[in-house]
Ligand binder design. Sequence first.
Ligand SMILES: Nc1ncnc2c1ncn2[C@@H]1O[C@H](COP(=O)(O)OP(=O)(O)OP(=O)(O)O)[C@@H](O)[C@H]1O
Length: 265
Amino acid sequence: MSEPAVRCTGLRHTFGTTVAVDGVDLAIEPGEVFGLLGPNGAGKTTTIRMITTLLPVSADRISVFGLDVARRRMAVRRLIGYVPQQLSADGALTGRENVSLFARLFDVPRGQRAAQVREALELVGLESEADRPAGRYSGGMIRRLELAQALVSSPRLLILDEPTIGLDPVARSAVWERISEIRAKTGMTVLVTTHYMDEAEQYCDRVALMHTGRIRALGTPADLEAGLGPESTLDDVFRTVTGNALDTGGIRDVRAARRTARRLG
Ligand SMILES: Nc1ncnc2c1ncn2[C@@H]1O[C@H](COP(=O)(O)OP(=O)(O)OP(=O)(O)O)[C@@H](O)[C@H]1O
């Protein structure tokens, strides 16, 4: 059998006395769209920051396509494309220049750069807007530009932290449709965090429901819902396994969404 794209074993992380991640075990199969779901503060970002090598991790806790993240940091980084929650596009540069910058950062060979930049812009549907300054893009277009930045090095694993936060419903579905198309065209594995259960239900092959640093349920949305009973939604599953925890994200959710919305203009 092939190695999982990501395997976490007894993963844990503390910030002072706060236990952010508290014994996470999971395996993500190559080629799947895997959703890490939970309210603000559940531990999702901390988990992916460890997978992406941005936070320290002990040996034998995380592997990416069989490589141990603690021992093979640089090799793991070359396999990953990462779109963080904080926006990273430069409004003064055109879309194409923004993606070219990432191609240089990720050492895409000079002779292949122009073609890979064009291909990444095509994958996210921005080829006709590529030579306009990113500062004039809508919020949804900025998100798609950031996807192109992460795709330009042809990663095997694409990691997206709350890719649709702060976007309107039309822009949210446009971002998700691009993610589905990219997976279909490239066979890439996608790990995505979100607290929008309806989006995960529609677009993820499997989901892990996370709360207070732990995974409380894991499976396909359909299996998790069927386990609870007819007409159940992922929201219902989440409320059942956590005891109404979705409400705890409240004010921080709203603040985070507003902050992002302001940045997106
Ligand atoms: N740099 C930090 N210093 C101290 N505590 C932190 C830090 N980053 C996260 N935490 C705490 O760790 C816990 C998990 O946070 P984390 O950001 O991983 O959650 P999350 O599910 O990604 O939520 P969000 O969507 O708000 O980022 C929270 O209690 C949070 O306050």
